[in-house]
Design a protein around this ligand. Structure first.
Ligand SMILES: NC(=O)C1=CN([C@@H]2O[C@H](COP(=O)(O)OP(=O)(O)OC[C@H]3O[C@@H](n4cnc5c(N)ncnc54)[C@H](OP(=O)(O)O)[C@@H]3O)[C@@H](O)[C@H]2O)C=CC1
Ligand SMILES: O=C(O)C1=N[C@H](C(=O)O)C[C@H](O)C1
Length: 261
């Protein structure tokens, strides 16, 4: 005899996608409905008025945000006030915004996820760079993206520069160039880490971290070729925000998947 009590199917998680017409938004709108346990209820665009935003948020459990640092903070705040859990991929957000998300999520007793990169190999690159930063005195980051990317440097480059400076506990050695014959030629700098941003058509994402020690160099490189593979990772982050006991902001895709040290 069928035991109907144990055959209950859980309700799907209702997801709204911010920026559904952007490159990442399109990938989410196409891919997330295929993910088990998820139901995409709609998208939120800058064109939507207050009423439309309120209606979509009222029908959602989670908001997936790959938009722009100018508009993302207000939308995230609004979503959190409505009790909707954010999964944030937008780059260029200030630390204060992430702290606000964490605080509001805790107030509401709900989860949230932010990740500078939602790909496994990218997370490994960030981890490996953190290890090498403890031992090698010189490092520079080169990142390349499509020419329509809004921000520079990439969120990942910024995150890695800060993280490497933090694990080292002091600035990296940043050699002085006696005469720069082109303004800005040495890139941006954080904690002695030089960061160089390349913008050309048709590159999805490319990061290289180049360390130098004593008569030796170490290069860690990540290169991605498409956006479809973000979908299962973002779906895992959506699930994470809903997991029992997850309250406040979970930082990094490594924390979402419980990557072992
Ligand atoms: N964490 C990660 O793993 C990844 C993060 N990203 C980040 O996700 C974000 C989106 O990337 P991508 O999809 O390539 O970007 P797109 O420019 O293709 O799309 C962004 C969308 O955001 C919306 N938007 C809201 N506010 C603004 C604004 N002020 N200016 C421009 N667009 C705005 C637009 O939609 P509308 O007009 O409908 O509102 C637009 O379609 C970026 O910050 C990027 O760095 C990208 C890939 C991976
Ligand atoms: O804009 C992109 O495309 C990407 N942005 C993220 C970043 O700024 O680090 C991550 C990835 O490199 C793709």
């Amino acid at each position: 005899m069928l035991n109907t009590a144990s055959a209950q199917v859980p309700e799907p998680i209702r997801v709204v996608v911010a920026g559904p017409n952007g490159r990442m938004g399109r990938a989410m709108m196409e891919g997330l409905p295929q993910q088990s346990g998820l139901h995409v209820v709609g998208g939120l665009s800058r064109k939507d008025d207050d009423e439309a935003i309120a209606a979509v948020l009222a029908a959602a459990d989670v908001i997936v945000d790959f938009t722009h640092p100018a508009t993302s903070p207000a939308l995230l705040e609004r979503a959190l006030d409505a009790g909707v859990r954010p999964v944030i991929g937008t780059s260029g957000l200030a630390e204060e915004v992430l702290e606000l998300v964490d605080g509001k999520a805790r107030e509401q007793g709900i989860g949230a996820v932010w990740a500078p990169h939602f790909r496994l190999a990218a997370v490994l690159m960030i981890r490996f760079a953190g290890i090498a930063a403890r031992y090698l005195d010189h490092v520079e980051i080169i990142e390349a993206h499509h020419s329509t990317k809004a921000d520079a440097p990439s969120g990942v480059a910024r995150t890695m520069a800060r993280m490497m400076r933090d694990v080292r506990g002091s600035d990296f050695v940043d050699p002085t160039v006696e005469k720069e014959t082109l303004d800005g030629v040495r890139g941006g700098v954080h904690g002695g880490v030089r960061v160089h941003s390349i913008r050309v058509p048709d590159i999805v994402g490319w990061h290289e971290v180049m360390f130098s020690g004593d008569q030796e160099q170490l290069t860690i490189r990540h290169h991605e070729t498409g956006r479809e593979s973000y979908v299962p990772a973002v779906a895992a982050a959506v699930q994470k925000t809903m997991a029992p006991g997850v309250i406040g902001l979970v930082r990094g895709y490594d924390a979402v998947i419980g990557l072992a040290d």
